[in-house]
Write a protein that binds this ligand. Sequence first.
Ligand code: NAP
Length: 251
Amino acid sequence: MANLFDLAGRTAVVTGANTGIGQGIAVALAGAGASIVAVGRSSMEETEALVRQAGSRFHAINADLSTIEPVKRIVSETVSRFGALDILVNNAGIIRRADSIDFTEEDWDAVIDTNLKTAFFLSQAAGRHMLEKGRGKIINIASLLSFQGGIRIPSYTASKSGLAGITRLLACEWAGKGVNVNAIAPGYFVTNNTTALREDPDRSAAILARIPAGRWGKPEDIGATAVFLAAPASDYVHGTVIPVDGGWLAR
Ligand code: NAP
């Protein structure tokens, strides 16, 4: 059974791995034996220390994912460094909050470009390599807003609903070719993404009261689900979006 969750010899690219959910996933994948390529625009020092502590190899790639300019470089640098790209985690994402009536084109484009466009084209670039090998795992970090509407975050809801759709589409195209495409939908997690919510006493209390588990999620709550979707254990799992939400969607 343990072998089904073993990632020894595999290389995982995790975007936005410097902090929050991405860091939690990178550390969990490293703990299962994967070499980690951490992609982002901020220092990866803290993540590097945690990955090396877990006994895994580490490489950082500096890239701004607000455009698709870096996607080919990310794949080629990963393959030349570690010999393959077996697992891709599209985690980097942003959120912009404003009433829909006032929402700007800039806030629309910025969120869609990072959360949806880059995730698709990085999947395409990684997918080319994976399809050639006949093996690969792509994990998109979706959201409760892949299922629900939310309020004051129109481009975020559009991007995460779109990401769930792209997850299903790529699974339909690639499942028969050895590549698994799935997603994880985190509930409310304590990260930079939710600072504004947690600082609003009314919203914060209302959210907490609705979470059956009775607490917000921590980045380490996500890791084991990512290991499952990256490992042989999930070889027959395709196109699904797994909530890790303390029961939020069950309510
Ligand atoms: P976070 O701490 O804000 O992490 C976001 C990550 O994305 C950071 O590493 C950030 O890098 C990176 N990123 C954003 N724009 C980028 C760009 N242009 N180029 C490169 N990297 C960029 O929040 P988080 O909660 O861990 O978010 C991770 C993912 O989980 C996101 O996709 C988010 O939508 C999703 N999610 C979060 C929650 C939650 O409750 N927290 C719930 C559902 C889904 P910098 O640090 O350099 O900005």
